[in-house]
Design a protein around this ligand. Structure first.
Ligand code: FUB
Length: 475
């Protein structure tokens, strides 16, 4: 057995947190502790391959012996298919079932790449198991490590493989930790490296946990970073980079997930049934902690320029604080306005946050102080959307911004703005979602005209545009 990763480094650990903050995402299970998700879609099923935290309460190091598979057909309810791979399946390893990923080979078999603490010289190694289906059964595909400390130009810590198959069939693997990102081509056998291990460039502040995917013609690499620009000391955030070549050079694009309640974090980003998701872990399950983590997921939205919006960590349990049910089309729209104060944030109105009250400025707010009279906010989509209600959560700072006197919903007819016909009263209550309903309109632009009370300006914390005919928050 080789040496263990010291706890303080393993988790970047300086602080133990077990509290569950309001607004934190719900775990896929509370029956066991799970970590380090990888996601795969096969047919109509979303598979999550996770680590399994078994540290005792108050434990100060990872106890991880096996990996579980969870399945879902709606990305809301997950079934634990049990432990489908274990350290004991690798005769040459003895501990530490850390973060793995499954990829389908050209031969139709499923390859599960995992870091384990091998019995030979060095530290963590990467092994690979193979199975005939996404649920296995899996067996060691190689009889020894695919990557070890003996691999030329390997990472200072050979963990966290992410495996990606390009459109031309070439398979790539990225991996590493301790700021040591590495990449290589795999051979068609999926169990050997083709050529040299490279050190990719441009992946700013890389710490560990890479996740590679492609959207359109662009390659994306999300990864855990732990720099002071994104997280408290000892905690990770998730940054990402893009490239036009699968081996880089990469261009850093920013933070896609803020720090969570566990010191570590580990992303998987995937499209399932037309919706993108960020799958990650935190310490939010009852009794959770840095070594008793839980996997969760939240919706991920894109900007028109191909950048990712920062993921909003939600309860995942449906509407909260009076939030109306239904598919909210606002996060996928581009927002604009007649005027926003330079210190306020227009993007707050469609970030999906559930305000705790009209003074809740914690996720920013749209505000137009010191303008008075009528101003507007607007959503625009690249193609027409069918909307039959909006819900407005007003911002009121008890200073210059107050609840409005009135409001009106308008839509773009193709040549001009017009009041949405048949709309119900446009509510101006504080501390609540004000829902305005109307017969469905199909439009590329929706506008909210807001008229202030005399002497005040107006503001909005959240403006939902609900897809016609939807009533489920999961939509
Ligand atoms: O779960 C053990 C390690 O912690 C993983 O390999 C890292 O990604 C971090 O989540």
């Amino acid at each position: 057995m080789k040496r263990r990763w010291p706890a303080a480094l393993a988790a970047g650990l300086l602080v133990l947190l077990t509290g569950v903050p309001a607004g934190a995402a719900a775990p896929i299970t509370t029956a066991i502790y799970t970590a380090d998700p990888a996601a795969l879609v096969v047919g109509d099923t979303l598979y999550l391959y996770t680590g399994h935290d078994e540290a005792p309460p108050g434990g100060t190091n990872f106890v991880m012996r096996d990996w579980h598979v969870f399945t879902s057909t709606d990305a809301a309810t997950f079934t634990d298919q049990g432990a489908r791979l274990a350290v004991s399946d690798f005769s040459w390893a003895g501990a530490d079932a850390w973060a793995g990923e499954v990829e389908r080979g050209a031969n139709g078999k499923y390859y599960w790449y995992v870091p384990v603490n091998g019995n030979g010289a060095g530290w963590m190694d990467i092994g690979v198991a193979v199975g005939d289906s996404p649920l296995g059964p899996f067996r060691d595909a190689k009889g020894g490590p695919l990557v070890s400390d003996g691999t030329p130009n390997s990472s200072p810590l050979n963990i966290d493989p992410t495996v990606f198959t390009d459109d031309d069939g070439q398979v790539y693997m990225y991996w590493g930790s301790y700021y040591g990102l590495r990449a290589a081509r795999l051979n068609p056998d999926m169990t050997s490296i083709n050529g040299s291990v490279i050190t990719p460039s441009g992946v700013s502040n890389f710490w560990e946990a890479p996740w590679m995917f492609k959207r359109g013609g662009t390659y994306y690499l999300a990864y855990a970073a732990n720099d002071s620009g994104c997280s408290a000391p000892g905690y990770a955030c998730i940054r990402y980079a893009t490239a036009s070549n699968p081996l880089g050079p990469w261009t850093h694009r920013g933070v896609v997930l803020d720090q969570v309640t566990s010191t570590t974090n580990h992303p998987a980003i995937i499209e399932f049934k037309g919706q993108w998701y960020m799958v990650y872990h935190n310490a939010n399950a009852p009794g959770g902690g840095n070594f008793r983590r839980s996997v969760t997921l939240d919706k991920l939205y894109w900007n028109a320029d191909g950048t990712m919006r920062k993921v909003v960590q939600t309860t995942g349990t449906g509407p909260g604080n009076g939030q109306p049910a239904g598919t909210n089309l606002a996060p996928s729209a581009a927002a604009s306005t007649s005027y926003v104060s330079s210190w306020e944030t227009l993007g707050a109105i469609n970030d999906g946050y559930v305000p705790t009250g009209s003074a809740d400025h914690s996720h920013g707010a749209y505000g137009n102080w010191n303008h008075q009279g009528t101003e507007w906010i607007e959503y625009q989509w690249p193609s027409a959307r069918s909307v039959d209600r909006v819900a407005t959560y007003w911002f009121d700072d008890d200073l210059g911004i107050d609840l409005p006197a009135s409001c009106r919903v308008q839509y773009w007819t193709g040549g001009a703005y017009a009041d949405v016909p048949g709309q119900s009263a446009c509510g101006v209550a504080g501390n609540a979602y004000n829902v305005t309903t109307f017969p469905a309109v199909s439009t590329t632009r929706l506008r909210l005209n807001i008229t202030s009370r005399p002497g005040y300006s107006t503001g909005v914390l959240e403006w939902m545009a609900l897809q016609a005919g939807t009533s489920s928050a999961a939509g």
